[in-house]
Design a protein around this ligand. Structure first.
Ligand code: GLA
Length: 665
């Protein structure tokens, strides 16, 4: 990551869709943006049909007018290439670029993002629009960054059409070289699946029963690469025609999105940007927000990142779209900044009056500016202005959590020992326990350099390469502490089981050997001799050098160890072979933290989140009170939000936040 747009302080704004409004509204918009302290808006994301109403005929003057107006009001523009959603004429002329599902059904236009990632026609038309946009606007004074497409892969990550099939075969040829290597990797000796010619290979379309798992895994890898390739094609146009202006595409690092390998995408961005939406049904949504923000920071290589979208209040696409409570808009926003965001942007500026998203909140609500949302929008603008000096500061943590998208895809394939194995379950459980304890975490790729960390968490790393296993073992050998959870180290990069007992990649490191998995029935719960309970998963495990920390007292495996600890080299390797309840997970994490010498950022009460960002001249303490009561948190310095000095402690009302420039005196 090399570039940050020319924007002062913490950038503030959102998606702006002026084409949904008459020009008289544009002037009001610009004035209101000024009133709110907005510094940047994303324009043109869904404008293709109006920018190019007929093939090759462009109408860009209206957009130029909008950009001029914004510039006159001091608002910068993150300009979209406009390619997110093709216009009706394109699929009308080229129905072959509409995406095809695994069951062979072709999807229709009428929503958005109805395009096949492998379509050469789409690629040609999209890069042509990107070229026209760059030629017209590269030197516009409002332009500070480019926004390629929108949430690539949000609705069209996988296409199973014949064009995609041919592209998949090309990808496989590059990966395997010859068919023999592919047959080995896919284990095609099984069920008479041996391929004799490349033309026989298809995407994993719906078959009478389970398709080949490695074929599915490779198709997931291919699909992420294919969209990344599309991003690169548009980005390269912009780099050529608009040099020096940073390019990004907005990621979806969120619990329910799993199709893009963002560790591969991150380094291709000039700056990483992300969209995050709270799951309104999750009472611990703020912990999921922190997880997602930290993972985005990891994907950004630790650099500041750009929050491109979140919602001012309700969204429109969940079963029940809960409005945000008073104060939540600001608290959610500041929480992203606390975890490394240097921009706070929203979907969208003005709530639509028509279309599928008309009940999605906007910074300017349907009810206008005499509203809770608008008052909070103005207040947030003031807060972000006041804390502007934190921009550019960075976080560091003593704990690393390893994340890997191939492991996620492979872990969640079909025909596994139980349907209950969900990749994110244990990462969230461990992260949640650390969040409760106030301990900061870096989310890093499984192959990251671990040498600077006191504690490394390896949850559900089902697919583990030899290189990853060696890196973790060497980290422990040199004095590191590692925790591995069940359903890790089971298969290699081809989804082939590592033989000799589970978890093959980590047996020696952990000093254990599992003979057989014993998944549990849906409502079954087992007890451990340290008082913990567990569900979903147990293993017939034998100690081969490790000590038992806790064993089952009931269930199918009475007396068998469930938690183990192994001295390995100068370090320690822990294994958790079952799904512990939340209290037991917290107890385990606090024991591990103590042993590894990891401390909370600041010792405080449950529900109060404290993070620290380090700048060149000062460090900044973010304090977020997620509780319903008044809290007191030890701190020293100046609260940038209120300007007040903080001596010894800060007192925060329920739901309030503070950002303290640290230092005595
Ligand atoms: C995504 C999209 C936006 C909008 C919002 C609604 O993040 O990028 O265009 O649809 O969701 O929440």
């Amino acid at each position: 990551m090399t570039a940050w747009p020319h924007l002062r302080g913490i950038a503030y704004g959102g998606d702006y869709n002026p084409e949904q409004w008459p020009p008289e509204t544009w002037l009001e918009d610009a004035r209101l943006m000024q009133e709110a302290g907005v510094t940047v808006v994303s324009v043109g994301i869904f404008s293709w049909a109006l920018l190019e109403p007929e093939p090759g005929r462009f109408e860009l003057d209206w957009l130029a007018g909008v950009m001029d107006l914004l510039h006159e009001h001091g608002i910068a523009v993150d300009l979209a290439t406009g390619t997110a959603s093709p216009p009706p004429w394109l699929s009308h002329q080229h129905p072959e670029l509409l995406p095809v599902r695994a069951d062979g059904a072709r999807l229709w236009p009428g929503g958005r993002q109805a395009w096949c990632p492998s379509s050469p026609v789409f690629r040609e038309r999209a890069t042509s629009l990107a070229t026209t946009m760059a030629e017209r606007f590269a030197n516009h004074p409002a332009l500070v960054m480019w926004h390629v497409s929108n949430e690539l892969g949000g609705h069209n990550a996988h296409c199973y059409c014949d064009v995609s099939a041919a592209s998949f075969r090309g990808w496989l040829q590059r990966r395997y070289g010859d068919l023999g290597a592919l047959n080995d990797a896919w284990g095609t000796a099984f069920w008479s699946q041996h391929y004799s010619a490349w033309e026989e290979i298809l995407p994993p379309r719906i078959a009478p029963t389970f398709p080949n798992p490695t074929q599915q895994l490779d198709f997931a890898r291919f699909s992420s690469d294919e969209l990344l390739d599309h991003f690169r094609a548009e980005r390269d146009v912009l780099h050529r025609l608009s040099p020096g202006v940073p390019v990004t595409t907005n990621f979806m690092v969120m619990k329910h999105v799993r199709d893009m390998d963002y560790f591969a995408w991150g380094p291709e961005q000039d700056l990483v940007s992300n969209d995050h939406y709270l799951d309104a049904s999750d009472p611990r949504g703020h912990v999921e927000l922190a997880f997602s923000a930290d993972l985005t920071r990891g994907v950004a290589g630790g650099q500041p990142w750009f929050l491109m979208e979140h919602s001012p209040s309700a969204v429109n696409w969940q079963p029940r779209n809960l409005a945000k409570a008073p104060g939540q808009l600001r608290r959610n926003s500041l929480q992203h900044v606390a975890h490394g965001a240097d921009a706070v942007c929203f979907f969208q500026w003005r709530a639509s009056r028509a279309g599928a998203e008309k009940y999605h909140s906007g910074l300017v609500p349907h009810a206008g500016t005499d509203t809770k949302v608008w008052r909070e929008v103005v207040e947030l603008g003031r807060t972000l202005e006041a804390i502007g000096e934190v921009a550019g500061s960075m976080s560091r943590a003593d704990v690393a959590m390893l994340v890997d998208w191939s492991a996620r895809w492979a872990a969640e394939l079909d025909s596994h020992p139980t349907v209950d194995l969900a990749y994110l379950d244990q990462p969230h459980a461990l992260y949640g326990a650390l969040w409760d304890a106030g301990i900061a975490v870096d989310m890093v790729h499984a192959d990251a350099d671990l040498s600077g960390y006191r504690l490394v968490l390896t949850p559900t790393l089902y697919l583990t390469t030899d290189a990853t296993a060696a890196s973790i073992a060497s980290y422990v050998e040199h004095g590191g502490h590692v925790l591995v959870t069940y359903w890790s180290g089971i298969v290699d990069e081809n989804d082939h089981v590592r033989l000799g007992g589970y978890p093959g990649a980590f047996r020696e490191l952990l000093g254990v050997r599992t003979e057989e998995f014993f998944p549990l029935r849906p409502s079954e719960r087992v007890h451990l001799d340290d008082g913990s309970t567990a569900d979903q998963w147990t293993e017939l495990l034998r100690l081969e050098g490790a000590q038992a920390v806790a064993s089952y007292v009931d269930g199918p495996l009475v007396g068998v160890p469930a938690i183990t600890r192994h001295a390995f080299g100068e370090g320690t390797a822990w294994y958790v072979a079952t799904r512990l309840d939340a209290d037991a997970t917290s107890r385990l994490m606090s024991r591990l933290a103590t042993e590894a010498g990891v401390a909370p950022v600041v010792k405080t009460v449950p529900g109060v989140e404290v993070t620290r960002r380090h700048g060149a001249a000062a460090s900044y303490l973010f304090v977020l009170n997620h509780t319903d009561g008044v809290v007191h948190v030890p701190a020293e310095g100046v609260d940038l939000v209120t300007g007040a000095g903080v001596r010894g402690k800060i007192t925060l009302e329920a739901g309030d936040i503070a950002v303290i420039r640290e230092g005595g005196g």
